[in-house]
Each structure stands twice: as C-alpha cells, then as structure tokens.
Design a protein around this ligand. Structure first.
Ligand SMILES: Cc1cc2nc3c(=O)[nH]c(=O)nc-3n(C[C@H](O)[C@H](O)[C@H](O)COP(=O)(O)OP(=O)(O)OC[C@H]3O[C@@H](n4cnc5c(N)ncnc54)[C@H](O)[C@@H]3O)c2cc1C
Length: 423
C-alpha cells in the first residue's frame, strides 16, 4: 500500500476521517481496519430505538454498502490490529501494522480511531451470565433478546447510557431499578437540578432509583445472575443486569508507539498526537478544551468524533483547520429529549428557565458571567438558540436569562469568540 493512509478503528471517527480525506481531494489509497464484523454503524440508537425494538440493524449503517468501493476506501472488517511499528528510515510516520490473524498493512500515514471499551466491575460474580454491558451492536442485539425474557432488570450506573437503557426497559414493561454509586444521577455532566429532574421523571415512570448505592457483588444460580448485592446489605433480585459505568479509552496501540497518553491519547486541536505524523480522533483521545483552550477534556460524542476526524484529515493534508466547533450532545430517554450545547465544565452559576416538573425546561451554565452551555429538556428551540449563540460568540446575562416569558433568541446579543489558529 504505497503512499496510503491506514486508519485503525472503523466507526464514527475512522469513517469520517476517511470520508473527509476524500472530500478534501486526497486520492491516495485509504485502508480502514476495524475489529467488528459490521461495517461502520451508529452507536446512539443502540440504547434507544434499537434496544426498544423501534428500529432494526439495517437502519444503523452509517453509509450505504456501495459507498466504500465508490469512494475507493478499502474497508477491512473483523480484524484487530495488535501491533504497529514505525519504520526507522524512509518517510517519517510510515510503518506497518499487523492484525491478530497475521495480516500486514504497510502505511505512509497512520490514524488511530480506536474508541473506548466499557469499564467492567471487579466485584464477586461479575462474570455471571445475564450481566451485560452495552457498547457495540452485538451487545445491543444480545441485550434486546435477553430483555424479552426478563421481568426484573437492574441497571448499574445512572449515567446517560444507564438511564437510556432503563427508559427502554421500562417502556417494555419491565420492573427496573437503577443503582447509582454517586449522590445524584449523571453527576459528571449536569447540574444537581437536572440530576434531580431525571430522578423524579424516572420515578414517575415507575423506575426505582437508588443513589449512593455501591454494588458489592452479584449472586447467581447455575451460572446465571439472580440478584445484585449492595454494600449496605440490600439484595435486589434480577433476571438481567446491565452495567453502564463508563468507558476506558483504548490506548494500547498508542502506548506501543510511545505516544503520550493521559486518560486517553493526548492530541492537540488539530488531532495530532505527540508524534506529529500520527493522528488520533474520537473517544480514544484527550484534547485541549475545544471552547476555552484551557485544560484538557475527553469527549464521548458523535459530534466530537466527527469534528476531530475532520480536523485530523485536514491537518494530515496540510489544510487549515477551522475554529473548534461548539460541542453538542443528546440523550433521549423515552419521551425525555435532552439536548446539550457547549461544555458546562467549570461553571460557577446556572440559571433555570421554565419549570422542571413540566418536563420542559432548560438550564444555562455560566462561568464569571460568560455563557458556557445549555441543557435543554424537551426544548429544542432554546437548545438551537444557545447553540447558535455559542457559535457566534453571543451571550445573555444570567440576570436576564431566567425569564421564560422572553424567548432566548431575542435575549442573545453578539460577542465574538477567538478562532483556533491554523497549523
Ligand atoms: C450505547 C451508546 C449510546 C450512545 N449515545 C450517544 C448519543 O446519544 N449521543 C452522542 O453524541 N453520542 C452517543 N454515544 C457515543 C458515541 O457513539 C461515541 O462517542 C462514538 O461512537 C465515538 O466514535 P469513535 O469512532 O471514536 O469510537 P467507537 O465508536 O468506539 O469506535 C472505535 C472502533 O475501533 C475499533 N477498534 C478498537 N481497537 C481496534 C484495533 N486494535 N483494531 C481494529 N479495530 C479496533 C472498535 O472495535 C470500534 O469499532 C453513544 C455510545 C454508546 C455505546
């Protein structure tokens, strides 16, 4: 594969990187190698429409089957890259990758888009049958089947994925308990008022929510889980347990290559790793804060995977990288549609617009009076207004933002944000 780009990890970021190289006019060979047997697909529906049976596996595909041949992208599915070596002479950044089944892929340019793996619980009984996690399409298909034959479902972890699974299971009529170790739900991502809203909303729908509840172990019979045991001695009978306690970025290849890793593969705003010839993008990376540039963040979102992969493709070709886009995210838990724009990390004040009990409200986050982000529940117009405002560098003072009678759009006044410099 002379002059070619090798992309390891064939999912949201890997596919976007390949597609962007083509869009930017690169006509050199591209090989996209992925461990999963399925062509690149969307993960978000796995805990939502796909799990609840509203959509099928075919609708998950990110591109039509014909796309890869048409775009000249060599998609190699079902192969895990286990070893990557850089050439000691010749073009900087070139080398060869080997897969677990012995295939070799020489490359001139390398990108790692290897994502993250679900974090496992290391408590007694964690390997019993009936304890599942949800990261890929096979996990979701398996879980969908198991849900049909389970009456009592315990979800360990009250983050986005745990709550989405809980909502889907409850909508299927299951008896659902969410067990969260922290004092509140989704505590790393939202303000206490939003956490409390979700606790109450799930309770209203018949889901039991246990907070500050640590799992001590699982009980089983004949190799199958029968209950979850908590640290306080409580025992929750369960036919099915879903563990959603976060992910661990896959840094093994990066470490093999001697790239800097710190809670993920460290990259700059142009998706360059500590070896400036190698790119990395998506869930596996840690990057400078995309809005303030101060400190680093690891983002797990489709928007981030797409944005970073696009930046990686541009910087590989020596093209200018645009200003860092405003991050956005969504979590649909049944009929509760949360949309987030911006990053609320480091906020020192927030303003609630509307009444959480109405299940239609939003929360604006500020730091030193500057608008950082919005969480909008069933409020798409508010979400869009703030997302646009953050893109345009516009703001609304916290003292005015709390009046739900005045549309946010009309409250926002323009103020520019600096762009990220080109390489
Ligand atoms: C259930 C679920 C629901 C989600 N919901 C939302 C949502 O509502 N909104 C949102 O914005 N985001 C959501 N996300 C997050 C979003 O899907 C991820 O941020 C996105 O998929 C990241 O893309 P990625 O390409 O970086 O990593 P991944 O999608 O994890 O892909 C990495 C790929 O690399 C492969 N790979 C790893 N190592 C190797 C190797 N050595 N050799 C070959 N292949 C390898 C993996 O098998 C995998 O296919 C959700 C994720 C999950 C799991």
């Amino acid at each position: 594969m002379a002059g070619g780009t090798l992309i390891v990890g064939a999912s949201q970021a890997g596919l976007q990187l390949a597609a962007s190289l083509r869009q930017f006019g690169d006509n050199r060979p591209i090989t996209l190698v992925g461990e999963e047997i399925h062509p690149p697909y969307q993960r978000p529906p796995l805990s939502k429409e796909f799990l609840s049976g509203e959509s099928d596996a075919e609708s998950l595909a990110l591109r039509a089957a014909s796309y890869y041949a048409d775009a000249g992208i060599d998609l190699v599915s079902g192969r895990r890259v286990t070893e990557v070596t850089l050439a000691s002479s010749g073009r900087p950044g070139s080398g060869v990758a080997r897969t677990a089944d012995g295939r070799s892929f020489p490359f001139d340019r390398l990108a790692l888009t290897v994502g993250a793996a679900p974090r496992r619980l290391s408590v007694p009984g964690a390997d019993l049958d009936g304890i599942s996690c949800l990261r890929d399409r096979d996990d979701a298909a398996d879980l969908r089947g198991r849900l049909e034959s389970s009456a009592r479902v315990v979800v360990v972890g009250g983050g986005f994925i745990g709550l989405e699974v809980a909502a889907a299971a409850r909508a299927l009529g299951k008896e659902v308990t969410v067990v969260e170790a922290a004092e509140r739900l989704i505590s790393r991502a939202v303000a206490p008022v939003v956490s409390e809203f979700y606790r109450q909303a799930h309770l209203r729908r018949g889901t039991r929510v246990l907070l500050s509840a640590a799992v001590a172990g699982f009980e089983g019979a004949d190799g199958r889980v029968t209950a979850v045991r908590l640290a306080d001695g409580a025992v929750l009978p369960a036919d099915l347990v879903v563990v959603g306690v976060g992910v661990v970025p896959r840094t093994e290849l990066a470490e093999q290559l001697g790239l800097a890793c710190d809670r993920g593969i460290v990259v700059d705003a142009h998706a360059r790793t500590s070896n400036p010839h190698i790119r990395a993008a998506g869930d596996c990376t840690v990057q400078p804060h995309p809005v303030t540039g101060v400190g680093t963040v690891r983002l797990e979102s489709v928007q981030n995977a797409v944005a970073q992969a696009t930046a990686a493709a541009a910087s590989l070709l020596g093209r200018p990288v645009g200003a860092a886009p405003v991050p956005w995210f969504w979590s649909y838990q049944g009929d509760l549609k949360l949309q987030i724009a911006g990053l609320s990390t480091g906020y020192d004040e927030y303003v609630v617009r509307g009444e959480p009990d109405s299940e239609r409200f939003s929360v604006l986050y500020y730091r030193q009076g500057e608008l950082l982000a919005i969480d909008a529940v069933n409020s798409p117009a508010e979400y869009m207004a703030v997302r646009r405002a953050l893109m345009d560098g516009a703001s609304v003072p916290p003292s005015l933002a709390g009046d739900p009678g005045t549309p946010l759009k009309s409250l926002l006044a323009a103020r520019r944000r600096p762009a990220v410099p080109s390489p």
